[in-house]
Design a protein around this ligand. Structure first.
Ligand SMILES: Cc1cc(NC(=O)CCC(=O)O)nc(C)c1Br
Ligand SMILES: [Fe+3]
Length: 231
């Protein structure tokens, strides 16, 4: 399991290829987690980061969720988020979503356990770096339809010793945690259900990430029917 996180030899994926799809599918079927480094390479990765930063400077993000800090009695602001769909005003984030969609749909053909079709909007998140993180949780604990979580990190020169901000995943089937550094131009996949509880450790530097969740069409349809029957 360790080697899957260390095996950077296979992680140079600036261009899309069938090898890439095979690598992701094999990783997901074996570990339920897949880390790809140098996903876009420069300058495109930097363009995406600049577009995200300009959105933040325009105040497009929420105020950040209120979280209670263990050391203090008051509440502080945690991650700020912005939901974004492909659009002509943000060409770089749009090209990221298009590239991600095409890779996930290529993988979908080989991930027999799911019928991946459809996704959420992209959730762009920024942790302000005030020591807040994200408490341990499961993305999809109650079959809301989301089967695959993808997270793209945009943090240059991230130093976990000083900046914190590790994504710590507690894979149910392995008795060891996976500590993922939110490194620049890193793309992460993991199953959204109960197999992958995870948390973000306290973060001491601005930490950007783009998350997209992909749906299993069957599970999604059932979840929508359940909601319709209750309303
Ligand atoms: C709003 C929201 C955020 C997250 N984010 C993470 O798990 C952090 C991943 C990372 O940035 O490394 N997850 C859920 C289920 C919701 Br909802
Ligand atoms: Fe999560």
């Amino acid at each position: 399991f360790e080697n899957v996180l260390k095996d950077t030899s296979l992680n140079k994926h600036c261009e899309k290829s069938s090898k890439l799809t095979e690598y992701i599918v094999e990783c997901m079927n074996k570990y339920g987690i897949c880390v790809l480094d140098n996903f876009f390479c420069e300058p495109r990765a930097g363009d995406i980061l600049n577009e995200v930063k300009s959105l933040r400077s325009q105040g497009a993000f929420t105020d950040g969720q209120l979280v209670s800090q263990p050391a203090t009695t008051g509440k502080v602001r945690g991650d700020q988020i912005l939901w974004l769909e492909k659009n002509d005003k943000h060409p770089y984030i749009t090209s990221f979503i298009e590239r991600l969609d095409s890779i996930v749909m290529d993988c979908a053909k080989k991930l027999k356990q799911y019928q991946i079709g459809g996704r959420t909007k992209a959730m762009i998140a920024c942790y302000p770096g005030n020591g807040t993180g994200y408490m341990r949780h499961i993305d999809n604990p109650n079959e809301d339809g989301r089967c695959l979580t993808t997270i793209y990190y945009l943090n240059k020169n991230w130093n976990t010793q000083t900046d914190g901000g590790l994504l710590r995943i507690f894979p149910e089937v392995f008795n060891q945690v996976a500590d993922i550094e939110p490194k620049f131009d890193r793309l992460l996949f993991f199953w959204s259900d109960r197999r992958m509880p995870h948390e973000v450790l306290p973060t001491y530097k601005e930490r950007y990430a783009i998350t997209v969740w992909y749906f299993d069409t069957e599970e999604r349809a059932r979840a929508i029917r359940r909601v319709q029957n209750t309303t």
